[in-house]
Design a protein around this ligand. Sequence first.
Ligand code: GP9
Ligand code: MN
Length: 433
Amino acid sequence: TPQTLEKVDKFVKENQTTPNPEYYGSLKGKNVIMFHLESFQQFMIDYKVDGKEVTPNINRFYHSQDSLSFDNFYNQVGQGKTADAETMLETGLYGTESGSSMVNYGSTNTYQAVPNILDQKGYTTAAFHGDVASFWNRDNTYKNWGYDYFFSKPFFEGGDKDNYNIGYGMKDKIFLKESAQYLERLPQPYYAKMITVTNHYPYDLDKENISIEKTETGDKTVDGYVQTARYLDQAFGEFEKYLKDSGMYDNTVLVLYGDHYGISENHPDAIAKLMGKDSVTPYDLANWQKVPFIVHSPGLEGKGGVNHTYGGEIDVMPTLMHLLGISTKNNIQFGQDLLAKDRKEVVPFRNSTFASKDYIKYGGDYYVTSTGTKIDPKEDLRAKQIIDDNQKYVNDSLSYSDQVQTGDLLRFHTLPGYKPDKASDYSYKKSDT
Ligand code: GP9
Ligand code: MN
């Protein structure tokens, strides 16, 4: 009801951050490419196998002074996996407590999503994915998010060829190469999302594309991960080169993000071996949920670097909007700008545990973030106070966000100057174009 929305709005306003004036609007008007790194974890950054970097291109981006990079950035997905990541990044709402909100609400709910917001600032918006459009109900959800175009399998010549596909769709290199014909025809500025798939469990890759040895943890579900991660890195490198050759690079912001873990915490022995340790602690497993988040643009003019703030996927929407000079003060969104000085640095996970700058909650236990030392809040009242505050924030954020999704509350919300999208305004069928 509208009354529930008022409560949500109050919570959102109380937790709003102040945009950092040093960065606000610094990337205004540029093209934006969201580059989805499937199942890509933070530990891959600078990781070596046999003395060789697995992902040299992404590493170079991570360390560039034209990149805002984050090393305490966590994935916050639940059962919706990729779909939850997309939902957080582009709507500022969490995936729902169970199931996938894109599947359950994407077709019917009103959203105030990034593609539509940018659409109304003169952007052309397009999503690219080398598999069927219906996966995770993307085809319907994207209409309600305001995507002008959705290029999926039927748009790609290689879409039906067996040797062009592996796992969840077209191999990333082919997919990105074939996407270029559409990308370069989009009126600028554009907002485009490239959803890669090859670095997805079970990490299968054809011989010609293997360019690094497997790891040797002895866990078969884990050891191919570096090979597909390397392939993804090369695909990204080729795409970056294409952007430079086509002249689009200088006027473009490339946003790289890992959507969720590739190696689940159910493989602690293999994880220990990958980390070069005898065994892993629960604290290690909590930090295993870190994924890369990198905003790269020559437009940052060397103002980048590695930022240590504690944040996650929910924080991307306000961060990006503010870099583009778009206010979020009237939005119903649950993130806090990663560049703001007044952030809480609390990262809610979908099971109501959290990471934060002070403490990490994993399972039912608490750890000091800076040292990994386990603590008992009952014996440390100062810690208990902080933990209780964090827990309340975590519970409220998740529950208010769920209320927005399950009650379709944004249909009652007016965002000044914003026209919601009607799904019927869009068709993504190749035959209709
Ligand atoms: C499918 C791909 C994989 O289109 O995005 O989804 P996931 O299994 O990672 O949620
Ligand atoms: Mn995924």
